[in-house]
Design a protein around this ligand. Structure first.
Ligand code: CP
Length: 304
């Protein structure tokens, strides 16, 4: 089975192949061309955490390729509520579907699911460490809207709990990016990730000020403070609104600066930014469709 669990399982060549495949499928994702690549295939969407983009873009990707999505719906309506464990759930869903997309709150659950599944498993985000399909679409967006090789990027916001930035900085290290991490001191990038990057000779800088770095970067990747992952709600209240991109801040930006955000946003990007040429986050959400089409087709082996 070809699972998609962590970006660490992919070489740069394999990542480039996924991005190239997504590019070929983009007209299908836009509804401009038709495809029956997943004709007769069933994709099960097993989401144990809320999601709008990941769940619906996987569903759109499946349907655009002529397949069918089998949605668990809410966890509350499933037998998980009777105490069924993840291993048994995965064993059973493997009998109904040709591939499983899993989102789960616990670190390592996608890897564990892959051990019990008899069909490919794609990690739709587990715990606070991995969200590989988001990283693929982030890389695709950066390649389309800017460039990947030697990119000067700042990642800002909740770098402690944000799984998207953890997956992304590993992948970007394969392309020799220069990385600046912007966060309140309480939400810094985990030290082991910074250590790993430095070991790979990646230039890393850390600060708590967007003003200090806004003129020096080509991509600004904003993230939401992950309220649901804070053990103490008071700690969330202290840090929730510390970093914000506004029209004023962008006066000092490079004219070609691109702003990405995995979404959902809360307050970290002001609405006036949406109409500037810097804003890429809604197009980025669209790119989730061709990327997930490519990952579904490659994982099920219907294309090479
Ligand atoms: N970016 C992202 O994973 O969004 P959802 O939580 O809505 O899927």
């Amino acid at each position: 089975n070809r699972h998609v669990i962590s970006m660490k399982d992919f070489s740069r060549e394999e990542i480039d192949h996924v991005l190239d495949t997504a590019e070929k499928l983009e007209p299908v994702a836009r509804g401009e061309e038709r495809s029956r690549l997943l004709d007769g295939k069933i994709v099960s969407l097993l989401f144990f955490e809320p999601s709008t983009r990941t769940r619906l873009s996987f569903e759109a990707a499946t349907q655009r390729l002529g397949g069918q999505a089998l949605n668990l719906g809410s966890v509350e309506a499933s037998s998980v509520m009777k105490g069924e464990n993840l291993a048994d759930t995965i064993r059973v869903i493997s009998k109904y579907a040709d591939l499983i997309v899993l989102r789960h709150p616990l670190d390592g659950s996608a890897r564990m699911a892959a051990e019990f599944a008899s069909v490919p498993v794609i990690n739709g985000g587990d715990g606070s460490v991995h969200h590989p399909t988001q990283t693929f679409l982030d890389l695709y967006t950066i390649r389309r809207e800017s460039h990947l090789e030697g990119l000067k990027i700042a990642m800002a916001g909740d770098l402690k709990y944000g799984r998207t930035v953890h997956s992304l900085c590993h992948a970007l290290s394969l392309y020799g990016a220069e990385m600046t991490f912007v966060s309140p001191p309480e939400l810094r990038m985990p030290p082991e990730i910074v250590r790993d990057l430095k070991k790979q000779k990646i230039r890393v800088r850390e600060t708590d000020s967007l003003e200090e770095i806004i003129g020096d970067v080509e991509v600004l990747y904003m993230t939401r403070v992950q309220r649901e992952r804070f053990p103490d709600p008071e700690e969330y209240e202290k840090v929730k609104n510390r970093l914000k991109v506004t029209g004023d801040l962008l006066k000092a930006a490079d004219p070609n600066l691109k702003i990405l955000h995995p979404l959902p946003r809360v307050n970290e990007i002001a609405p006036e930014v949406d109409s500037t040429p810097h804003a890429c986050y809604f197009e980025q959400a669209f790119y989730g469709v061709p990327i997930r089409m490519a990952l579904l087709a490659l994982a099920m082996g219907v294309i090479e």
